[in-house]
Design a protein around this ligand. Structure first.
Ligand code: CTP
Ligand code: CA
Length: 226
């Protein structure tokens, strides 16, 4: 019934959504990762499908079921997410990057389980590719939406990401605020645009926020941005 009531305003748009954390293995039993339930990205994928878009969801490990009618590609590491996203880019009009990508990965992965013999342990990390920045560098006619998770100077830091990654819209979250962030069902977001506009949204459910974000995406596509 809900689907029938949703205007198909994104019909014909090919939307790529990323969601969830990435997971970087240290050895066969250990990994480093980020806090992320995947709920925000899955909600965006679901709502975009209801609005008539052709949706592909590239997702790190989550406990969530695949949204109805959405093509799901499961990945583990940031490197795998990058390869999946880059492979899909040519057939994509809109990219929405909600994934919490691990910024670093262990420089080498031990093939055997590391034993706890040492009193202290350091693991050398190397930087992962910045997937969104890479897409921003070859943007073409695409519309790019990024997320920014911050604990301080929200607008300043998120604006820097918008510019550095060549984005059309940034969904900025102060993840240290109660009712925002990773493992709750609500979010408090500020939407930042290329022209410097900042739109503060009230606390709302992630499903509702997904609808708000996609409404802005429709408007930006209408204006010919991207
Ligand atoms: N992102 C990405 N690839 C990465 C890191 C981040 O595509 N290796 C994307 C995220 O999916 C998000 C945006 O970039 O849409 C911002 O992520 P965030 O972690 O907030 O910012 P970073 O650029 O990684 O900077 P920092 O973590 O230092 O704040
Ligand atoms: Ca990061």
């Amino acid at each position: 019934a809900v689907a029938a009531l949703t205007p198909k305003r994104l019909a014909g748009e090919r939307i790529l959504v990323t969601a969830g954390p990435t997971l970087e293995e240290i050895d066969p039993v250990r990994f480093i990762s980020n806090h992320s339930s995947g709920k925000m990205g899955y909600a965006i994928a679901r709502q975009a499908q209801l609005k008539g878009a052709e949706v592909t969801l590239v997702t790190g490990p989550t406990a969530l079921a695949a949204p109805h009618g959405v093509k799901v590609i499961r990945v583990q590491s940031a490197a795998e997410m990058r390869d999946a996203v880059m492979g899909l880019l040519e057939r994509t009009d809109i990219v929405i990057k909600a994934a919490a990508v691990a910024d670093y990965r262990p420089k080498s992965r031990s093939g055997e389980k590391m034993k706890k013999s040492a009193a202290a342990l350091s693991i050398e990390l190397e930087k992962n590719p910045d997937i969104l920045a890479e897409i921003g560098g070859m943007k073409g006619e695409r519309l790019l939406v990024g997320f920014a998770a911050e604990t301080q100077e929200l607008v300043k830091n998120a604006t820097a990401k918008l510019n550095a990654k060549n984005l059309d819209l940034v969904v900025a979250n102060d993840v240290s605020q109660e009712g925002a962030g990773f493992n709750v069902d609500t979010n408090i977001a500020k939407l930042l645009y290329r022209d410097g506009r900042v739109e503060a949204l009230p606390m709302m459910g992630k499903e509702e926020l997904a609808g708000e974000i996609l409404e802005r995406v429709e408007l930006l596509r209408g204006e010919g941005a991207g």
